[in-house]
Design a protein around this ligand. Structure first.
Ligand code: NAP
Length: 241
């Protein structure tokens, strides 16, 4: 039975990824900062899903969580993150700009780097690390968030090389606009939604299940020769070349 860790697995895309692995019979640990949200999701998804609460961007909390995390990890999904600028208002002065940038770098880059580094000795040969980036890394408009996701994609090239000797793949899934998550909080208007849908070739928003299916594939034997890649899942809103 494979052991899966999904960071940010209590809500949205991470929850759908956890559900997809659990449905296949894998053992899944979901992580996040909010204990209640994790426990609620774990209860809904069943006995094979276990919640562990910690802040993935805090080295001490990641270290403290190690005792509770599985001794062997077949698949690590670095999904925790989001755009910390949403709802944060305009930063004031350079100190405010620095704090806003650090928040996005912490949430998206450090979370993936720290959890992967901590679990590296436990990653099983033949396993997979899948990290969730964003279409925002490939087009303008989202400043520090897009920059943070671009950094995750650059870092992925390094870990793909490091992990390759143990036959562990490392890939990126870069979603376009995905509905039914907490990402946009109250920030999505009908006009903005319509504009995002108009950018796609298929005229629809992505779903958390669209991303879950792609992660399942990248974590499967069928994808064992795919590593160091970014897979775009955006309905054709951006050509991923
Ligand atoms: N929705 C979209 O359109 C979209 C598009 C492209 C990329 N993405 C990416 O997809 C991923 C999942 O986002 P989502 O759309 O599913 O939004 P979401 O529902 O807000 O999920 C984000 C999850 O990450 C967790 N998280 C955030 N910071 C964390 C931290 N420091 N430590 C531990 N957990 C943390 C959150 O839980 P806690 O708050 O409890 O910690 C939450 O469960 C993110 O990386 C996001 O950037 C989303």
């Amino acid at each position: 039975m494979r052991q899966i860790v999904v960071t940010g697995g209590g809500t949205g895309i991470g929850r759908a990824i956890a559900e997809a692995f659990a449905e296949r019979g894998d053992q899944v640990v979901i992580t996040g900062r909010r204990k209640e949200a994790l426990e609620e999701t774990a209860e809904r998804l069943g006995a094979s899903v276990r919640p562990i609460a910690f802040d993935a961007s805090d080295p001490e909390q990641v270290e403290a969580a190690l005792d509770s995390l599985p001794a062997r990890v077949d698949v690590l999904v670095n999904n925790a993150g989001g755009n910390t600028d949403i709802g944060a208002g305009t930063p004031s002065g350079l100190a405010g700009v620095a704090a806003a940038w650090r928040a996005n770098l912490d949430a998206n880059v450090l979370s993936a780097v720290l959890v992967t580094t901590a679990l590296r000795p436990r990653l099983a040969a033949g396993g997979a690390v899948v990290s969730v980036s964003s279409i925002a890394a490939h087009r303008g408009g989202s400043g520090s968030y897009g920059s943070a996701k671009a950094a995750v994609e650059a870092w992925n090239l390094t870990i793909a090389q490091e992990l390759g000797k143990d036959r562990i793949t490392a890939n990126i899934v870069a979603p376009g606009y995905i509905e039914s998550t907490e990402f946009f909080r109250d920030g999505m208007t009908p006009e903005r939604r319509a504009a995002l849908l108009a950018q796609t070739a298929n005229g629809r928003a992505g779903t958390p299940q669209d991303i879950a299916g792609t992660v399942l594939f990248l974590a499967s034997p069928a994808a064992s020769h795919i590593t160091g890649q970014t897979l775009h899942v955006n309905g054709g809103a951006l050509a991923g070349r």
